[in-house]
Ligand binder design. Structure first.
Ligand code: NAD
Length: 324
């Protein structure tokens, strides 16, 4: 199978590529990645020797580059995006450009080249916030941040290409991912690396916002199940099954590195901060046999160890991005 993986040098995309090549070395993967601040080509070094891997540095918004890499692909797995909510609050332009317009360029090319399947990777954040219960896939979209609004736009475009052009599109929406190689601006790696460096950690508001945590390897397994068995034109949720308030998560991270609450700095809450996200992922469990395999306590401990052992990966990234 020949797969175009966009954003394959990022956190989740690179996990997908490493996992896929190791489990099926006959797969031919072309990674298209612009290498923005969060893209790291070295994330693919562990599978750099695989003959099936081709890396192309390029922008999904560039129709010429996209046209070249799309030719002869059997499938697209589309991760490339601007992905950090805080950055979208500071400036929404790159989010609309990459997430909406870039997705449209990819969809057009996939349709033109008659690609067999287009899997669009999205997020629970497109639904807004929910006090109680969990969203099914049929829930109306009500995004609150420029990031989630741009992802909702790209989801709707992808589904429209299925309805209008008959392109075989599937959309996945997942909860918060964690694991190795996550850019250290996101809460888990930011807190771990700050704590390892003896620095304070910034907790938004009172820390009562609730997120469900999904190990990146479980997410990528779910993506492959949908790629292989999902119904064209359908949306599938991928959840982790571990809902935690940010306060509780902070306590677990402090315990993991042996630090106390004196290291926590309460900072002004994020503008428009969604209180709770919760996906009902019964559909992928029932139809495709998905179940998360990584226990959260074990996954978090392994993630802390990975950051402890890979300072040479994250320290230069934090330095370059001016993260404190
Ligand atoms: P990331 O920021 O780590 O990686 C994004 C990758 O896309 C980077 O390698 C970057 O260089 C590349 N990229 C950005 N703009 C590009 C462009 N114009 N052209 C080509 N490449 C470009 O993000 P991530 O956390 O790996 O997220 C991947 C996908 O998963 C995104 O679509 C995101 O919305 C979705 N998602 C992430 C999470 C999460 O918890 N991280 C949760 C739900 C959904």
């Amino acid at each position: 199978m020949r797969i175009l993986v966009t954003g394959g040098a990022g956190f989740i995309g690179s996990e997908y590529v490493r996992r896929r090549l190791r489990s099926d070395p006959r797969t031919r993967i072309t990674v298209l990645d612009k290498l923005t601040y969060s893209g790291v080509e070295a994330n693919l070094a562990p599978v750099g020797e695989y003959l099936g891997l081709t890396f192309v540095q390029g922008d999904i918004c560039d129709p010429d580059v996209v046209d070249q890499v799309m030719a002869a692909q059997d499938a697209v797995v589309h991760f490339a995006a601007e992905s950090h909510v805080d950055r979208s609050i500071d400036g929404a332009g790159p989010f609309v450009r990459t997430n909406v317009m870039g997705t449209q360029v990819l969809l057009d090319a996939a349709h033109r080249h008659r690609v067999g399947r287009f899997l669009h990777v999205s997020t629970d954040e497109v639904y807004g916030s929910i006090g109680e219960g969990s969203w099914p896939e049929t829930w109306p979209l009500a995004p609150n941040s420029p990031y989630s609004a741009s992802k909702a736009g790209s989801d709707l475009l992808a589904l429209a290409y299925h309805r209008t052009h008959g392109l075989d599109v599937v959309v996945t929406r997942c909860t918060n991912n964690y694991g190795p190689y996550q850019f250290p601006e996101k809460v888990i790696p930011l807190f771990i690396t700050n704590l390892l460096d003896g620095k304070p950690v910034p907790l938004y508001g009172d820390g009562r916002n609730v997120r469900d945590w999904l190990h990146v390897s479980d997410h990528c397994r779910g993506i492959d199940l949908v790629l292989q068995g999902g119904r064209a034109g359908d949306v599938y949720h991928i959840g982790g099954g571990t809902e935690l308030s940010n306060h509780k998560l902070t306590g677990l991270l402090l315990d993991a590195v042996g630090a106390g609450w004196d290291r926590v700095e309460q900072v002004a809450d994020r503008k428009g901060h969604d209180l709770r996200y919760s996906l009902d992922d019964g559909k992928i469990r029932e139809e495709l046999g998905y179940e998360p395999q990584v226990d959260f306590a074990a996954g978090l401990a392994a993630t802390v160890s990975w950051y402890r052992e890979n300072r040479s990966w994250w320290a230069p990234l934090k330095e370059r991005a001016g993260l404190r």
